[in-house]
Every structure is written in C-alpha cells, then in structure tokens.
Design a protein around this ligand. Structure first.
Ligand code: IPE
Ligand code: IPE
Ligand code: MG
Length: 232
C-alpha cells in the first residue's frame, strides 16, 4: 500500500439510525458503534497509519436527551477502562481533544489514566474528540493568544502561532476525512485543520462500517490529485 493517508479523521455518524432500523434503543446503536471503532483502530494500526481521529462526542451533543448523554458518558468510560490494556499492548497511544473539564469527573479520570498508560506508544495515535467543538477550540486559542500578547510572550499573530494554541498542536492536519451515514456536513469538526483535507462520504451507517469500507475510502483517496492551491 503506497501513498496512504498519514492522518484519517472520521465523523462516526448513524448509530441512531442503525438502531432505529432494528427497533432498538439509540444507546444500543452506540454500543454497536464501539465494535466498528475496534475494527477501524485495528485496521489503521495494521496498515501503519500513524494518526486516527474519531469524532466521539461534540459540544452540541449535550442537546440530546439526558438518558442518551448519560449512557454515552458511561459507555465511553467503560470502553476506555476495558480497552486500555489491549491498546497499550498493541502500541496505540490514546490522546483526547476537547473540553474535558466539562465531562463527568470519573470520565476525566479515566481519560487521564488511559493517556498516561499509553503515553510511551507511537505506532498509532488514536485521537478521541470528546466534548469537542471546533468553534470552541478556535475561541479558546484566541483567548490564549490574547493572554500571551498581554504577558509580552508573543507579539506576532500568524498561522504557526495560532496552530500551536489548538488542541491539535502536535498532530498533523488530516489527509482524509470520512463521514458515515450520508450527511454532507462538517458538524463543527476540525474546521481549521481540514482546510486541505480530502472528503469521503459514505451512506454506510457507522455500526456497519468495516475494514473493507475503510479500504474503499483509502483507495478513493489515493486517486485524488491534491493541489493545495497550486497546479499539483
Ligand atoms: C453518531 O451517531 C454518534 C454520536 C453523535 C455520539 P448518531 O447518534 O448521531 O446517529 P444518527 O445520526 O442519529 O443516526
Ligand atoms: C457529529 O454527528 C458528531 C459526532 C459524530 C460525534 P451529529 O449526528 O451530532 O451531527 P449532526 O447533528 O447530524 O450535524
Ligand atoms: Mg447523527
């Protein structure tokens, strides 16, 4: 496999529709979605893709019914807890981006533990966007920049300085953005970072997404001619 994307970002959408089609609760759709996460993490690791970012919970997802939100928080905590030993063993580094300080305390603690336990790994960087919103990230970067300027630490405002204040400061921009379940929108995900990212949208619902679907997306990506504003 040549010309692989270095960083794949995924908007994992369609868990609710998958459950609805089967007469199940939305939460059961999210539980089915976890299996797809495992498949994709394993596939990326096997392919040697060094960065995978998964949109797991957005700053707008708090608008959902309390029951669903609480179920998601518990599922996240439990999955992180039970999967961290295997992730650690398989060379996966867990990194969480988003407003973690607003998450339930027990989830925050589990995140810290998973990040610490896997911090020496480098085969695959698994970036989980939890309570992530790109507009909040950008406003937060602006606040930090103003503070820096006030303290006299920076008198320049440029792209490099700005980038260094984002949650993703140490992560290269995504090469490929996949959205499952067919919606053609970005939903407040990585607005700054996807300036030149290639998009791939599939109707497949997230719980049905397999390694073969990932390979199809990668094959499609490989045919793209990236030009970055130039002539390629
Ligand atoms: C994505 O699936 C998972 C989260 C946003 C947490 P949805 O729950 O948005 O599924 P649909 O869009 O209702 O089908
Ligand atoms: C985006 O999906 C958020 C995540 C996948 C975590 P949504 O289902 O929340 O997006 P919208 O509401 O359809 O734009
Ligand atoms: Mg959705």
């Amino acid at each position: 496999m040549e010309n692989l994307p270095r960083h794949i970002a995924i908007i994992m959408d369609g868990n609710g529709r998958w459950a609805q089609q089967r007469g199940l609760s939305r939460l059961e759709g999210h539980i089915a979605g976890v299996k797809a996460v495992r498949r994709v993490v394993e596939a990326c690791r096997d392919l040697g893709i060094p960065y995978l970012t998964l949109y797991t919970f957005s700053t707008e997802n708090w608008r959902r019914p309390k029951e669903e939100v609480e179920g998601l928080m518990t599922l996240l905590r439990e999955q992180l807890r039970s999967q961290t030993p295997e992730l650690k063993e398989k060379g996966v580094r867990v990194i969480v981006i988003g407003k973690r300080e607003e998450l339930p305390r027990d989830l925050q603690e589990q995140i810290k533990q998973s990040e610490e336990e896997t911090s020496q790994n480098s085969e695959l960087n698994l970036i989980l966007a939890i309570n992530y919103g790109s507009r909040a990230e950008i406003v937060n970067a602006c606040k930090k920049l103003i503070e820096k300027v006030k303290r006299g630490e920076s008198n320049e405002v440029n792209e490099d300085v700005f980038r260094s204040l984002l949650y993703t400061k140490d992560i290269p921009d995504p090469d490929l953005l996949i959205r499952t379940a067919g919606e053609k929108r970005v939903s407040n995900f990585l607005l700054w970072q996807i300036a030149y990212t290639e998009f791939y949208i599939t109707d497949t619902l997230w719980p049905d997404f397999t390694k073969d679907d990932l390979l199809l997306a990668i094959e499609d990506y490989k045919k793209r001619k990236r030009k970055f504003g130039g002539l390629g």
